[in-house]
Design a protein around this ligand. Structure first.
Ligand code: ADP
Length: 191
């Protein structure tokens, strides 16, 4: 199996690139942000819980997020691999993901990080907020909180996979096709 983690700060283009990558490599795209938005859209219990964190730009608690992720993977066993987008976002999530894959005699192939600086991120998210309908993209203080959470809690996940030589960083500023080219070059070098 090919199991990729597409990594990077909010607004770094993970979702855009993941949709293109799944077509090329035939993988299943799992975005925890999309899963939460689906639950919120249906106003489920999980959705209501997630909303109370997402609205503030905080992370949804690990147990909840990990449980939801496992359900999604277990519901889709017949695939040639996964692209995880927005997960893992904490070291605890990374450890849980690794342990979960070990149970399946599988592992993470690579984590690929899209490198985009903070000011570019703020601009992109405010811009996305004009059309995305996402409340968390509309308020600059919430956006800055998401970036802070990323820098404090999520960026250590890069080092976690770097220690086992599975982390790669690519320049995330440029045209969509240009960045896609950098990603596929990196991925093709691993397969
Ligand atoms: P972005 O990458 O633009 O911030 P996402 O769609 O990935 O957007 O996530 C939106 C929100 O959903 C996050 O700000 C966070 O509150 C919540 N979320 C998504 N994935 C996770 C996760 N792995 N752990 C905890 N919270 C998450």
């Amino acid at each position: 199996m090919t199991n990729l983690i597409l990594f990077g700060p909010p607004g770094s283009g993970k979702g855009t690139q993941a949709s293109k990558l799944v077509e090329k490599y035939g993988l299943l795209h799992i975005s925890t942000g999309d899963l939460f938005r689906y639950e919120m859209g249906n106003d489920t219990e999980l959705g209501q819980l997630a909303k109370s964190y997402i609205a503030k730009g905080e992370l949804v608690p690990d147990e909840v997020t990990i449980g939801m992720l496992k359900n999604k993977v277990n519901a889709n066993p017949d695939v040639s691999g996964y692209i995880f987008d927005g997960f893992p976002r904490t070291i605890a999530q990374a450890e849980a993901l690794d342990a979960f894959l070990v149970e399946k005699e599988d592992d993470i192939t690579a984590l690929i990080a899209l490198d985009v600086d903070d000011e570019e991120i703020v601009g992109r998210l405010l811009n996305r907020g004009k059309t995305s309908g996402r409340a968390d993209d509309n308020d600059e203080s919430i956006i800055r909180n998401r970036i802070e959470v990323y820098n404090n809690e999520t960026s250590p996940v890069f080092d976690f996979y770097n220690k086992v030589d599975k982390a790669f960083k690519i320049e995330g500023v440029g045209g969509i096709e240009e960045i896609y080219g950098r990603l596929t070059q990196t991925i093709d070098g691993l397969l």
